[in-house]
Write a protein that binds this ligand. Sequence first.
Ligand SMILES: Nc1nc2c(ncn2[C@@H]2O[C@@H]3COP(=O)(O)O[C@H]4[C@@H](O)[C@H](n5cnc6c(=O)[nH]c(N)nc65)O[C@@H]4COP(=O)(O)O[C@H]3[C@H]2O)c(=O)[nH]1
Length: 653
Amino acid sequence: MRTYLRSYFATLFAGDLAAFGAPPTDEALAGHIRAEQVSLVLGYSFGIMLANACNALVLAVALWQSADWAFALVWAAAVSSAALFFGLQARASRRIAKPQFVSRRTMYRLVRNALALGTAWGVVPVAFFANASSGAQLVITCLCAGMLAGGAFAFSTIPIAAIAFTGPIFLGTAICLGRDGDFIYLLMAVLVLVYGSVLLRGVFLNAFEFRRRIIAQHEAERTVRQDPLTHLPNRVAFNEALNGALNRLSRSSEEFAVLLLDLDRFKEINDRYGHPAGDEFLVQVAARLQRCTRAAEHVARIGGDEFALIMSNLTRPEDALAIAERFVAAFADPFPIDGFEITGAISLGIVLAPRDGTTSHDLLKHVDIALYRAKKSGSGTICFFETGDDQSARDRRALQHDLEHAIEADQLFLVYQPFLDIRKGRVTGFEALLRWQHPTRGLIPPTVFIPIAEESGLIHQLGEWVIRRACAMLSRWPDDIRIAVNFSAVQFQNVSILQTIVEALDAANVAPNRLEIEITESMLISKYGSAPAILNGLLELGLTVALDDFGTGFSSLTYLRKLPFSRIKIDQSFIRDMLTQPDCAAIVKSVIGLAQDLQIGVVAEGVETADQLEYLRQTSCDEVQGYLIGRPMSGSEISALLDHDPQHSVHAA
Ligand SMILES: Nc1nc2c(ncn2[C@@H]2O[C@@H]3COP(=O)(O)O[C@H]4[C@@H](O)[C@H](n5cnc6c(=O)[nH]c(N)nc65)O[C@@H]4COP(=O)(O)O[C@H]3[C@H]2O)c(=O)[nH]1
């Protein structure tokens, strides 16, 4: 019972209408309602307090001739200075941004102040009415009535504060009127009672309506600011929180950190296990991330697989690192979804404000750059932003700018690396590899500029150029020679590539089966929806498709069964180590066996030594490619080579 009463009174004095039968809310929402109530009261406070001070002075003047003038003067001085003090305080706090949450303690203080001021006015009829002149009595009556109405209006959203303020005035008036015993005064007392109850009823109706409106508005805002899947704050809420943190930084130098997290290989999970499983994965990730943070901090989901956290009041950068490490550790255990154990991982970028920026634009740009470096360094990496990062981002942008003009400036060219049929000892074709001769930076390798082209979308233009150039070159070579062209995952976004291929083959007048497209494993499970359509389109056109870098990506055995590849290319990392590491040798042997069983060709990439070639010959590998057979060469070198040896019997060195 005691606990019940204690909790009831705590709710009552916190201005919560649940104490008067309204449905209870959680503390976060209750705090938000209190913030709205207090903000409204503060809005009126300065004017009302000024009126209080004036009224107190009017009363002192009206009682100047009365026997109680000295007490009235002291009373008026105390009330008007208290009213002015509170009024100025209210005005000052209005200048500060409106809080989203107000504690119960603040509301207790407000109710207490209302009671104190109400009591001060309640004293007036009791202490001064009897000895006052009839004119002064009229002034007292008017003032009390005005105070009652004003108080009820000011506290119309907080009934308990309205009761605390008006209650003593009603009581004082009732005592004053009842004490005399005069019938007219008794009638007046009844009138005051009726008047009071109508006033309070109005206060309650208004307060309930106000609360209902705030809750509805809060719900609406929550849907705008909340990610519907994970129920975490979304990008809108995150941006607001970031602006709030920046405001606090400028006002009170409160430092903070922004952590940006990206799920590694989320697209693969989505594609492999289906979208419902992908959604469930995100929900579980959100819950694990939220468990790693401090109570007042909320991880936000700001993109498909991107999460962010603002760590306010940061004392040391190590604190941000500690949370980041907790995030990484949260992925140690797999996620149980639909009977599967799905493993996940994240990469993280961190910026510190003000060190890394004092505007949201700079901070977001820099955290993105830090995340980019983290992702490049591999899963589970955490990177703080470094000034050098900015330089490398600028470099990337400059390179992208130059790449935009590289085709028309004739800076791109293809080199060709041969495939050797081991059994026949002759060249069967060449892989076209793109090169960029930059006017000032020299020769830039594709591993540098292809990712930039992919990120910027330039790859479509580049890819089309490569296809046309490769087909044109192919037309100069014998009919039994094929050419292989690399395809990026991004190119699978653009169905028009099929048209380009048809046009290029037509223009060069070469048979489609001489053109091979090399795609990587990761492309098969890429996010690009049109991938299967384009793959089938390629096959329908009569092209062959090779699976590049086999063994380095996600297991694509299922795809091997589903899609009619003509060749698998074993990644060079396995070839490099197969003579020293038994596991690599086992993988090479089983991939060759697999290709034979599936009746498709198999090429070993990166063959550099005669021993490697011999081993591959013994394991019945079909074709090899690597520096031992030939480095990438220019078109004219290849033409000269083929002209010189019509049988293409280029033997290994
Ligand atoms: N250490 C060693 N390396 C060898 C050996 N034999 C060949 N290589 C290199 O291995 C890479 C093989 O190409 P990739 O796996 O398709 O990997 C290619 C491919 O993914 C991409 N790329 C090249 N040209 C194009 C293109 O036109 N379009 C697209 N989308 N990507 C391209 O750039 C990657 C790198 O190309 P490159 O720098 O030309 O590097 C080439 C080649 O020069 C060897 O015996 N030892």
